[in-house]
Every structure is written in C-alpha cells, then in structure tokens.
Design a binder for this molecule. Structure first.
Ligand code: ADP
Ligand code: ASP
Ligand code: MG
Length: 410
C-alpha cells in the first residue's frame, strides 16, 4: 500500500473546528487507500495554553537553572498533548489509531539538546502499526538519543519529523498542512498581495526557508531532497493541493516563458548587526585573525565581504557585543551597525539573467532605502538594509518584480 505522511502545524490543531478539518484530511487519504502517518505539532501559538512557548514560559523565571535535558522534556509535552487529543477524536470517529512519541517512532538523534540532528530512523514499529490498519500519530519535533534521552529538533522541527519519516517510509508524498494556502511570494503577514505558488524547487524552497520564510523548516526540505520525496505545503482549511515542492518543473520553468520573471519570492531576516573593520595597509593577517576568533568563540558570521582595505560581515544582534569585545581585544577598530535586516530575492532563474540587480536597486532607491551591503549566488541576491527599512524593502521588491501576478501561481 502507498504511504502518505500528513503533518499538521500548531495552528491547524488549535481548535475543535480545526481538528475536525484534520480528521477530514485523514479520512480523505484513507479513502484513497493510503496508509496514513500523521505528525502533529503542539497546539496553537505563543500565549495559548499548550503551545511550546507557553510551556517554556512555565519555567521562564528559572530558565537559567533548567538543564537542557529537562528543557527538552518540557518542550516535548506540547506535541504529546496534541497527539493524544487527536487520538481521542479519531477513536470517537471509529478510525483505528495509535500514538507514538518521536523515540517510539524510531527517530534517533544525536544528543544536542534543543537542536538535535536526526542520525537515523528505524521505522519498523510505524510500519507494523500501519500493517495493522491503524493511523499512526507521531508527536512532531521529538527524537531520542541512543541512550533513550528525549531530544527536540529545533524550533519548527515538526516539519523535519514529517519529511524524515516520509523518506524512511518511502512515502509517495509529505503533506505539510498549515494556516496559509501554500508557499507564497512573500510572507503574507508583510505583503498583502503575496500569492501562493503552484510549484517551487527544493533549492528555491531551501533558499526561501534559510533566508527567513518560516513556513517550512529548511532542514525538512534538505531531508526530502535527498530522496526526492515530494512535499506539498497546503492549507488545513481547504482541499486545494497547495504548493508542490519537488525537482520537477525546474528545467521546464527555466526553459519556458518565465525567463523574464526569474524571481519567485522575497524573504527577510531581521535582527542582524553589520560589522566593518578597516584593514591597515599590508595587514593581510587581520582577515585570518578576525574569522578565526569568531569561530573560536562560536559566533556564526554571514554576509562576508573581504577586500584589501576592509572586512565586513554580519552577526546576530545578540552576539554583537561579544563580537565587538573580541575585535577590540585584537586591537582592531570595528564599527558596528545593529538592528539591520537581510532581505533576499530568490529564484532559480536568476543565473545569467541581466538586469535583476538593476531592478533591485531601482526598487530600493525609489523608496530611499540604502543598501548597506549586497551579495549573490546563482539563486539568491541578498541586500542588507537598516531594520526600519525592512518591511518597506520587501514590499518594494515584491511590487517591482510583479510577484503578485507571476504566471505560475496556484
Ligand atoms: P505551522 O504552525 O503550521 O508550522 P508556521 O507558523 O510555522 O505554521 O508557518 C506558517 C506561517 O509562515 C504563515 O502563517 C506565514 O505567516 C509564514 N510565512 C513566512 N513566509 C512565508 C511564505 N513565503 N509563504 C507562506 N507563508 C510564509
Ligand atoms: N512545537 C514546536 C515549535 O513550536 C515544533 C513545531 O511547531 O514545528 O517550535
Ligand atoms: Mg512551522
């Protein structure tokens, strides 16, 4: 039998009405003769009773004293509440089911608490339950070390549980049900006329996700890409199929009529600090000193521009003070600009298409937005702007590339 993995995000399981929609989608897949694995997130968002952030809030006053192992145990409760609640509803509707924790579902991780990486999946128990005709509900976001310790996979990690199970079970598709119609040309909370895309490639999706589109966790896409399991990002509220994320379409799209519209989305990442360090003539070793020191202190650097007279890069705002102190201790003279934002223009069709950067600068100049730094790859052009300009920049770029009327919308 064919296997379908269906993942329901926090907002999709938050109310009885939404949980009725979840039952509808499970029923539909069963009626189409699929064996169904359901992955659930903790119910609701920050402030709601059983959301992950709310659980974390319980120990907020003592968070420094809570061990990383215990914190993972606390965070894993939300998904257990969600999964068992869904189990009772399915049983009420006479749909045979069972609940498995991440560990019971065979998701084995390393011991990096709060951001554990999946090492392997042993799907035997899930397969046995499916063969007994049960819907298998797996608590998302969780794994287990080889020593039996509960781990979590990083915020937003239920997507990763779903695609990893999809790969291990050789599912024909992983459906990520959420509160938007699909992958959109920008975050609909920022751009009112953002439009859902019919297809995006794994590469484009990874770029969108790594650059801030939180609709799906980037690691979930990387895992699916390894064996080409298709992902559909779709709305819990409708039967529309949403956005298909696959390799298919990449070549068609690049060869086709959309060459003059190579961009498929704009994303943003706030809260970064730009660091610029002047290099004194002949002091080439400064480059090595700077990046070695950042690495030794575990500070992740991004947006790196090195030239003979200057070193420029960004760090997260929360690491900025530490980075500054390290550079001062090296007798360097860093200039810091906190609260910047990285705005990314993404599309697999960017490579070799003239005029993309010209359009980006035009859009930003028209809005009086200064580009502090820029960089590009064959699928993305990044610009660094002041944080206060971020939303204006995203909207201006979306408009300039006419993304609301892109020809491959759903
Ligand atoms: P879930 O709880 O279902 O995992 P998330 O909140 O993690 O949902 O992801 C869905 C949200 O992602 C949407 O509500 C939307 O605001 C946001 N989002 C950001 N960028 C995009 C984008 N490019 N396309 C669609 N949604 C996006
Ligand atoms: N509940 C977890 C979180 O809020 C995992 C998820 O939603 O994917 O990060
Ligand atoms: Mg999510």
């Amino acid at each position: 039998m064919k296997i379908r993995v269906q993942k329901f995000g926090g907002t999709s399981v938050a109310t009885p009405e939404l949980r009725a929609r979840v039952v509808h989608h499970i029923r539909k897949a069963l009626a189409e003769d699929y064996q169904v694995v359901v992955v659930v997130s903790a119910m609701g968002r920050k402030g709601e009773p059983y959301a992950t952030d709310t659980l974390l809030g319980l120990s907020e006053a003592y968070s420094q004293s809570l061990g990383s192992r215990e914190k993972d145990l606390l965070m894993s409760c939300g998904e257990i509440i969600s999964a068992t609640t869904l189990s009772s509803i399915l049983s009420h509707h006479e749909i045979k089911n069972t609940v498995l924790t991440g560990g019971q579902a065979g998701i084995i991780t390393n011991n990096q608490h709060a951001n554990a990486q999946i090492i392997t999946i042993n799907p035997k128990r899930v397969q046995t339950e499916l063969e007994h005709g049960r819907v298998v509900i797996v608590t998302g976001f969780q794994g287990q070390t080889t020593d039996g310790e509960v781990t979590t996979l990083g915020r937003g990690g239920s997507d990763t549980s779903a695609t990893a199970l999809g790969v291990a079970l050789n599912a024909d598709c992983v459906d990520i049900f959420t509160d938007v119609e699909g992958i959109m040309t920008a975050d609909p909370r920022i751009v009112e006329d953002a439009a859902p895309l019919a297809t995006v490639t794994y590469t484009e999706m990874c770029n969108l996700a790594f650059q801030g589109a939180k609709v799906i966790h980037p690691r979930a896409v990387e895992i699916a890409m390894q064996t080409n399991v298709p992902i559909r990002v779709r709305s819990t509220l409708s039967d529309d199929l949403g956005t298909l994320v696959t390799n298919l379409g990449e070549t068609d799209r690049l060869a086709g009529e959309v060459k003059d519209l190579p961009i498929i989305g704009i994303t943003q990442m706030p809260n970064v600090t730009q660091i610029k360090i002047p290099v004194r003539q002949g002091h080439f070793d400064s480059q090595l000193l700077v990046f070695k020191a950042m690495a030794e202190h575990g500070i992740s650097v991004d947006f790196i521009n090195v030239n003979p007279s200057e070193i420029a890069y960004t760090v997260n705002d929360h690491a900025a003070e530490q980075a500054k102190q390290i550079l001062l201790d090296l007798n360097l003279e860093p200039e810091l600009l906190p609260n910047c934002a990285k705005v990314s223009t993404v599309g697999a069709g960017i490579a070799g298409v003239p005029g993309v950067m010209a359009k980006i600068t035009e859009a930003l100049t028209e809005e009086d937005i200064q580009i502090l730094q820029s960089a590009d790859s064959h699928t993305t052009i990044w610009v660094l702007v002041k944080g206060e300009d971020m939303i204006k920049a995203v909207r201006a770029l979306h408009q300039k590339f006419d993304l609301h009327q892109l020809s491959y919308h759903i």
